[in-house]
Write a protein that binds this ligand. Structure first.
Ligand code: IFM
Length: 449
């Protein structure tokens, strides 16, 4: 298989039998994006206040209703089972389980208990993510991820959730996409809490990794197994000749900070140099905690980035360029070989034979229901090409054990509100009607036994 395969207009869809025995096919979601944060006694979280602040989110939309998954979870689990998928990656909401960040809401824990039992009844394997961005407002008020205490509180929350459902989940990830939690939210201001502050950035970049490490230690001590973290990666490419330093720095900020710290216990010096005196005092002592052994690594992959040095700009003085490839509704280039490259790189440079799971890969498109159907051939092709890239990574030695499409449902796409559709299943946000798209049926045909 060559790179050419990935750019064919209509790539062949790999089938279950093309993957190693036991390979897990699934779909992924996250609590705030689908549940409806207004139901079930969830407390306010920093996404509620970010969304309530003008100009942060398209249409000022929030997750109060979302896909009403809190009410319609059984129908949604049926959709996963009926697609022939093996597993469901979901997240628990910290603000639902602990509305004030500390006190347990029994209704919240009961919901996840029912949800996990519902998966098992349907033969679906539960994959849990403990933090997919719904930080309780009470903790945001005390500085959120810029405050070390949030990392400590996270370990407590992780223990409470796992004490209730940890006996039935197959794999648990502590944090989803720490780059988004820290850099995207504290330096670029695109996500809650919407800061543009280098000091808060430095602190959140360390504390989110520490939260992972503290939770890992706590869960191990309680006897839990199959613990990991989900990192998002982009392949970084130069906009032209002579841009090696810009590529190196962008790669260090987006990719290496997170994988290097969990795999080796170090942060890239080129980022430490830029963050200067803003790192929290004594951070070095936390590195062994952050680098405690993992049982698996989750990889989220969507696209590549093309960068150059931005002359005269403040650190990091890099700038992103629009690439020439076809793009999704997010404006992200479709670049499947980046997935192959990253998986091979992770195995070769960082995690060796550790199990890797593609925990998110998918695309947004302006889908519409016509005559009860959604004709999303572009998504079918996207999935086919990325599954092809995953196969190639396996052939080149990556111990890839699963692939989760993002997302099961059209949902709340953060700062874009409900205006970006990633789902295998279309959601009408007025009626909440679910309509499986053509890509759902194509994936079903590929993975059905
Ligand atoms: O919707 C998000 C998800 O919450 C985290 N990973 C990327 C997805 C698409 O932007």
């Amino acid at each position: 298989m060559s790179d050419a395969t990935f750019t064919e207009p209509n790539p062949a869809m790999p089938r279950r039998s093309d993957f190693p025995k036991g390979f897990v096919f699934g779909a992924a979601t996250a609590a705030y994006q689908i549940e409806g944060h207004g139901f079930g006694g969830a407390g306010p979280c920093h996404w509620d206040s970010f969304a309530a602040t003008g100009r942060n989110v398209a249409g000022n939309e929030d997750g109060a209703r979302a896909c009403e998954h809190y009410l319609r979870w059984a129908e949604d689990l049926d959709l996963i089972r009926d697609a022939g998928l093996d597993a469901y990656r979901f997240s628990t909401s910290w603000a639902r389980v602990m509305p004030d960040g500390v006190t347990v809401n029994p209704e919240g824990l009961d919901f996840y208990d029912r949800l996990v039992d519902g998966m098992i009844e349907r033969g679906l394997t539960p994959y849990l993510t403990l933090y997919h961005w719904d930080l309780p407002s009470a903790l945001a008020d005390k500085g959120g991820w810029a405050n070390r205490e949030t990392a400590e509180a996270f370990a407590e929350y992780a223990a409470v959730v796992m004490d209730r459902i940890g006996d039935r989940v197959a794999r648990t990830a502590t944090i989803n996409e720490p780059w988004c939690v820290s850099w995207l939210s504290h330096y670029e201001g695109h996500h809650a809490p919407g800061l543009r502050d280098i000091r808060a950035t430095a602190r959140s970049m360390h504390h989110i990794q520490l939260a992972h490490g503290l939770a890992l230690a706590r869960l191990r001590a309680a006897g839990h197994r199959n613990l990991g973290i989900v990192l998002n990666f982009s392949e970084i490419l130069p906009a032209g000749p002579g841009e090696e330093a810009a590529v190196d720095l962008s790669d260090a900020i987006s990719n290496r900070w997170f994988i290097e710290s969990v795999a080796r216990g170090t942060y890239p010096q080129v980022v430490l140099d830029g963050l200067g005196g803003h790192m929290p005092q004594g951070w070095e002592a936390d590195m062994p905690t952050i680098a405690a052994p993992l049982d698996w690594l989750g990889v989220n992959y969507y696209t590549r980035a093309i960068v150059s040095h931005d002359k005269g700009a403040a650190w990091p003085a890099t700038r992103a360029h629009e690439g020439p490839l076809p793009k999704t509704q997010m404006g992200w280039e479709i670049y499947p070989q980046g997935l192959r490259n990253l998986l091979v790189r992770m195995a070769r440079d960082y995690v060796g034979d550790l199990p890797i799971v593609v925990t998110e890969n998918g695309m947004a498109w302006d889908d519409h229901v016509q005559d009860g159907q959604v004709a999303d051939a572009v998504r079918r092709n996207y999935i086919a090409a990325h599954l092809g890239a995953a196969r190639q990574a396996i052939a080149e030695g990556a111990n890839l054990q699963g692939f989760f499409y993002w997302s099961l449902l059209d949902n709340y796409e953060w700062a874009f509100g409900y205006a970006r559709r990633f789902g295998l299943v279309h959601v009408d946000f007025d009626t909440m009607k679910r309509t499986p798209k053509a890509s759902y049926h194509a994936l079903k045909a590929a993975v059905s036994r």
